[in-house]
Design a protein around this ligand. Structure first.
Ligand code: ADP
Ligand code: MG
Length: 250
């Protein structure tokens, strides 16, 4: 893994705890994370003290009913939100305390996110979308590499098409190809198979499993589908903002 933007900061010495000279090797380390949404006079406690460590190379499924805090947790992992209390460390670094430019650099280069609704540029072809995504992640690729990335997910014949010309399943595969083209250290996916038929969902999951096996990409996948979660190494279950189960699937 190449972190070229900056060296990880040294661990701060905390008055109450030991000072550890080694950089944290876990991809994510969350301690007592609380997230409260406040809107007017309504307060929603979405996460109520979450401790979670994700090691390098894991494929973790986050499960739980609607409203249990899955997306909130994923947004904190992505560094697109900050905890109300507690800490979220990414490779030993607290994204919430970084300045905007440093955080954007780390997020853009190391963290890939795929949502249910895809973030493809509508005016660009798939090939151009893939190249743009790789370029934005600081790892530009040429047209031939972008084409072969699309071929690997069965979209080679669609390289010249715009997103709107594709089916939902194809768009989801294209969005995933774009994110993977940036070769992120960690891939976060929020219910990306939720709107797909089972065949398309199977193809998308296979892509995730392939990249996980081939590149050791750390993957955190939010789903409420048992069949999807069964493909993960580990299932973390949330209920009412708390982790109620966390275990290996084999
Ligand atoms: P999940 O992804 O598991 O369905 P979420 O993390 O989206 O759950 O939501 C957890 C709780 O936080 C829910 O009660 C939800 O209504 C609330 N919530 C989520 N996002 C916001 C927000 N931006 N403002 C206020 N409440 C929110
Ligand atoms: Mg959600």
């Amino acid at each position: 893994m190449g972190l070229t933007t900056q060296d990880p900061p040294r661990r701060r010495t905390i008055a109450t705890g030991p000072s550890l000279p080694v950089a944290d090797d876990a991809v994510f380390r969350l301690s007592d994370v609380i997230r409260v949404y406040r809107e007017a006079d309504v307060e929603t406690i979405a996460l109520r003290g979450v401790d979670l460590t994700v090691e390098r190379g894991e494929l973790v499924a986050i499960m739980g009913r609607s409203g249990s805090g899955k997306s909130t947790l994923l947004n904190l992992l992505a560094g697109s939100d900050r905890p109300t209390a507690g800490r979220v460390l990414f490779l030993g670094r607290d994204l919430a305390t970084m300045d905007d430019a440093a955080r954007a650099a780390v997020r853009g280069r190391e963290i890939g996110i795929v949502y249910q609704s895809q973030n493809l540029a509508p005016m660009l072809s798939l090939l151009e979308n893939v190249r743009l995504a790789a370029w934005l992640a600081g790892r530009p690729i040429d047209g031939a590499a972008a084409r072969s990335a699309l071929e690997r997910v069965g979209l080679g014949h669609r390289a010249g098409h715009r997103p709107a010309q594709l089916s939902g399943g194809e768009q989801q595969r294209a969005a995933l190809t774009c994110v993977l083209a940036g070769r992120p250290t960690v891939l976060l996916a929020d219910e990306i198979t939720g709107e797909l038929d089972s065949e398309s969902a199977g193809v998308v999951l296979q892509i995730l499993q392939d990249v996980h096996a081939a590149e050791g990409t750390t993957i955190v996948l939010v789903t409420h589908d048992d069949a999807v979660a069964g493909r993960a190494d580990r299932i973390v279950e949330l209920r009412d903002g708390r982790i109620v189960a966390d275990g290996s699937t084999n």
